[in-house]
Structure formats: structure tokens, C-alpha cells
Design a protein around this ligand. Structure first.
Ligand SMILES: Cc1cc2nc3c(=O)[nH]c(=O)nc-3n(C[C@H](O)[C@H](O)[C@H](O)COP(=O)(O)OP(=O)(O)OC[C@H]3O[C@@H](n4cnc5c(N)ncnc54)[C@H](O)[C@@H]3O)c2cc1C
Length: 372
């Protein structure tokens, strides 16, 4: 039972945002940046954000050479260019907002490992560099195959290395803590442990119902629930996709620093200090990994361990320290969903595998819809 004080002070807002991941928090921040007086509430079902934003690999990336070539097989060049632009501008907005210290942002560069079957990518590298020239003002991808031995990769499998000096790494936990702090400093109310079960539109705005029986009232509602969106939007055109990540114990004399990908981005690894953080393998059973369950299947974990031993640090002992999974959202192509469900309800979901890059810009654009 609510008191008069609670009803008077806690229930009414101008903007309610469901989901406290990078998109939800960025939307809240953008609304407050545009309208200081707006009453903004973020409702997050987890104890802290519990989807992808605190569970990812922390790559500040915008696409490897083979990923971009794969995208060009399904989308026109202008759309692929615009996707890269969205990711790059999203990263710059995130850095400006939080600051590199708040992200533990380290611009160590990124590499793509090419196997024999991928080597054709080099023939198209100059074309892709031309395509991206208006955005970066210089070539993005460079042949650094001479470094395969120095970085310790298995030369019988890794035949080429493509270097991208613009790629960086960050600490996803620090990023989300910094974004939460920025939002609350701006006056946003963030309530965790609060699951939204339903929303109902009426002439005053939107009633937002929660699993604990409390109903919030808002003029506008933003839905930023990414992979978990079907609860509120059963017709949303997306499927969940689980991603598995492991982190090793510290490795003496680790030979590489930076971010690394192979197999069109399905596998990704990086250093975190003197550890290896390695994720991927969803392509081993794409259908089986279309789930919102936070579990790790042996099929995938074993493949990650095998690739570590065979490709990444051959012949060197390594102990896995910790393994986890997070849930992404995918659709028929890599375009996120940014749209209005009605005049008062707006949606920013389906961030795919590069939401760290896209999230801030998505929030900015979703806030513009909310403030319209
Ligand atoms: C393993 C893995 C590795 C990744 N690596 C990278 C990477 O290196 N670089 C990169 O750019 N991207 C990466 N990504 C993708 C990136 O993390 C996501 O695209 C991004 O975090 C999505 O942000 P979001 O805010 O849309 O969703 P989320 O972070 O999932 O946030 C949605 C939030 O909504 C909450 N929620 C859901 N339903 C409700 C409800 N009914 N009521 C209240 N709250 C609700 C959830 O608890 C969740 O916290 C990775 C993702 C995974 C899983």
C-alpha cells in the first residue's frame, strides 16, 4: 500500500525509460542535456544492468575488414558507410561524455586475423579504405602480416593480419558505472530491481506497470530493452543471441596488446592487462543460441579453449579464470530499430554486436523522438 507522500512524489514523470543498459542511460542523459527540468526515470529489472552492456567484451570498434565486406554483400554501400559512421560517432559521443579515464579507454589498435580462406580480403582493402576516407581522412586498414610471429599466433593457421589504428578497448563495468553516475548527477532517477510488465496508453500519457504492483505515470515512454523486448513488444522484429566470454588468469610474457577478431567478427579476443579475454562461437549453433538464458554451453566453451591453444597462444599453458554470457539482439540486417510505437511511446532496440559503439548515438536520437 502506498502512502500519500509516495503517491505525491515518486510516481509521476515526464519521461520513463525501460532498461538501464547503454541505450536506456544514454537516452536519459540526452533528455536531461536538452531539458534540465525534465523529470526522468529509468527502470531496470536487474540489480544492475543485466543484458549486454555490462557483459560484453569492451571492444570500441566499428567493424573489421571482413565484417564490412560481409555487410556489403547484404546492404548497399551507402548503408554500410552510414552504419560505420553511426558506430564511430557513437564512440566519440561516449568518450566526450564520460571521458577516457571513466571508460579505461585505451587506443591500442585492433587487428583482424586472416586464415587462408580469408586472404582474398586484402584485394578489396584499398576499396574499403577509399569508401571510409570521408569519415576518417586516412586509410583505416593496413597489411601488418609481418607481425604474426611477433604476436605469437600460429603461422600455419593465421596467414594475414589487418591492422586498424582507430580501434580501442575499454572496461565495460567502468563505462556503465560512469554512465549511471552521469545520469544521476544530471538528476535522473534510476530504480533497479524493477521489472516493467506492461504499459497502457491513455489521454494523459502512459501508465507503466511493474511486477511489484506499482504503476508509474509518464508523458512519454522509451523502451530500451534490447534482447528482452518481446515481453513489452511481442511483435518486435528481433531475436536474442547469446554471446559467451572467458577471461584467463594472468599470463607471464603475454605477447600481444589490443583488440583482435577473426571469422567475420564471430570470434574476438583482447588483452585485459596481462590476461586474455576471448569471446564468440555463436556461429557454431546460431539457432541454439537464440535465447535469453544466461548460460554457457560446453560446445562453445570447448571451441574457445581449442582456438586459444591452436591459434592464439599455441604451445603456452593457460588457465581460464572466469566464464560468462550476455544476451544481444539481432535482426535481418545490422540496422538497429529506432522508431515510434505511437506518439508517446518510442523504441530503441536491436543493437547487435556493436552496441557499445552505437549506444550513445541511439540514445541521442531516441531522446530527440521523446522530446519532439
Ligand atoms: C558477450 C557479448 C560481447 C559483446 N561485445 C561487444 C563489444 O566488444 N563491443 C560492442 O560494441 N558491443 C559488444 N556487444 C554488444 C553490446 O554489448 C550491446 O549491443 C549493447 O550493450 C546493447 O545495449 P542495450 O542498452 O540496447 O541493451 P542491454 O545492455 O541488454 O540493456 C537492456 C536492459 O533492459 C533491462 N530490461 C529488459 N527488460 C526489462 C523490463 N521488462 N523491465 C525493466 N528492465 C528490463 C535488462 O535487464 C537490461 O539491463 C557484446 C554483447 C555481448 C552479449
Amino acid at each position: 500500500m502506498l502512502s500519500f507522500w509516495e503517491k505525491d512524489e515518486f510516481l509521476n514523470y515526464d519521461h520513463v525509460i525501460v532498461g538501464g543498459g547503454i541505450v536506456g542511460l544514454s537516452t536519459a542523459i540526452s533528455i536531461k542535456e536538452a531539458d534540465k527540468k525534465a523529470q526522468v526515470l529509468v527502470l531496470e529489472q536487474g540489480t544492475f544492468p543485466t543484458g549486454a552492456s555490462t557483459k560484453n567484451a569492451g571492444f570500441a570498434c566499428f567493424g573489421s575488414l571482413t565484417e564490412i565486406l560481409a555487410d556489403l554483400r547484404g546492404l548497399p554501400e551507402s548503408e554500410v558507410f552510414n552504419l560505420v559512421k553511426l558506430r564511430w560517432e557513437g564512440l566519440q559521443l561516449l568518450r566526450t561524455r564520460v571521458g577516457d579515464d571513466g571508460l579505461d579507454y585505451q587506443n591500442l589498435g585492433g587487428y583482424e586475423l586472416l586464415r587462408s580462406s580469408d586472404m582474398g580480403a586484402f584485394q578489396q582493402m584499398n576499396n574499403i579504405n577509399e569508401m571510409l576516407m570521408p569519415l576518417f581522412g586516412e586509410a583505416v586498414y593496413h597489411d601488418r602480416s609481418e607481425k604474426i610471429d611477433q604476436l605469437g599466433f600460429n603461422p600455419s593457421i593465421v596467414k594475414g593480419l589487418v591492422f586498424n589504428p582507430f580501434e580501442a578497448q575499454l572496461h565495460s563495468g567502468k563505462m556503465m558505472k560512469s554512465l549511471t553516475r552521469l545520469a544521476t548527477d544530471l538528476g535522473v532517477t534510476v530504480l533497479t530491481g524493477t521489472s516493467v510488465t506492461q504499459f497502457d496508453e491513455n489521454s494523459n500519457g502512459v501508465d507503466v506497470r511493474t511486477s511489484r504492483g506499482i504503476t508509474f505515470r509518464s508523458r512519454k515512454l522509451a523502451i530500451c530493452t534490447n534482447a528482452f523486448s518481446k515481453t513489452l513488444l511481442p511483435k518486435a522484429n528481433l531475436v536474442p543471441g547469446r554471446g559467451v566470454v572467458l577471461v584467463s588468469k594472468p599470463i607471464a610474457g603475454l605477447k600481444f596488446k589490443g583488440t583482435f577478431h577473426y571469422d567475420e567478427g564471430y570470434y574476438y579476443f583482447r588483452n585485459y592487462q596481462d590476461r586474455i579475454l576471448f569471446g564468440g562461437g555463436r556461429n557454431l549453433d546460431v539457432k541454439g543460441e537464440e535465447t535469453t538464458a544466461f548460460e554457457v554451453r560446453n560446445l562453445i566453451l570447448e571451441k574457445l579453449k581449442t582456438d586459444l591453444n591452436n591459434i592464439i597462444i599455441p604451445g603456452q599453458a593457460l588457465e581460464v579464470d572466469h566464464v560468462w554470457s550476455g544476451i544481444m539482439a539481432f535482426g535481418p540486417n545490422k540496422q538497429p530499430i529506432l522508431e515510434s510505437h505511437s506518439d508517446n511511446v518510442h523504441i530503441g532496440v536491436r543493437l547487435g554486436g556493436m552496441g557499445v559503439a552505437i549506444g550513445s548515438k541511439m540514445g541521442f536520437e531516441l531522446a530527440a523522438l521523446m522530446l519532439r
